[in-house]
Design a protein around this ligand. Sequence first.
Ligand code: DX5
Ligand code: ZN
Length: 231
Amino acid sequence: MVELLPSILSADFAHLAEQVQAAERGGGTVIHVDVMDGHFVPNITLGPPVVKSLRKATALPLDCHLMIENVDQFIPDFAEAGANWVSVHYEACRHLHRSLQLIAHHGMKPGVVLNPATRVDLLIDILPMVHHVLVMSVNPGFGGQQFIEFSLDKIRRLAQLRQELGLAFRIEVDGGVAHDTVARIVQAGADLLVAGNAVFGAGRPEQDARALLAAARQAAVEREAAIHRDE
Ligand code: DX5
Ligand code: ZN
């Protein structure tokens, strides 16, 4: 099942509740929240207090993508604030296994994120622990960047590993998801589509979410049909 995760990074922060609710009316089913610390990535965004406010504005799951150092120190705060899914970067965690355990221990769904330069196969040992794997299809830090094409190979490799290992983790893609890329991303095997600029950039989150989701669903139907043809 393909889902759209509006990323609030490109929203109007002065009207965050309305923007999130509009994206939800357009078909968004999980809200993607980018947390940046100015150390791991060259930008600063928000932290647990904003998550706590968002928690009151929507009943949808909040997917917190932590682009920060010292993740273990902040995981309890995100749980307390009402986060549902928390993903941490392979590149930012000295003890990734421990951080994933800590997220699950706090009752949240653990995810792992890969930068464009990090190989999928490095994750094999921890895949059974994760609810989702997030493939960064741009370098993290900013919205509105161009999709990196070889991310499609990483999505395909993850889908193959999921099948070979008999696992059920979900494959999330973040960065440059837009009208001109979404079909290829879905066809490669992604099922969670993060979109910031394509949803909020033009100031019409409801309409633009709806149109992007429709294109994604169409590609998913074609993907399923191709799988059945091959069987
Ligand atoms: C970038 C963030 C993304 C960002 C994607 O570091 O992780 O979630 O919002 O932005 P778009 O969809 O504009 O490429
Ligand atoms: Zn993100």
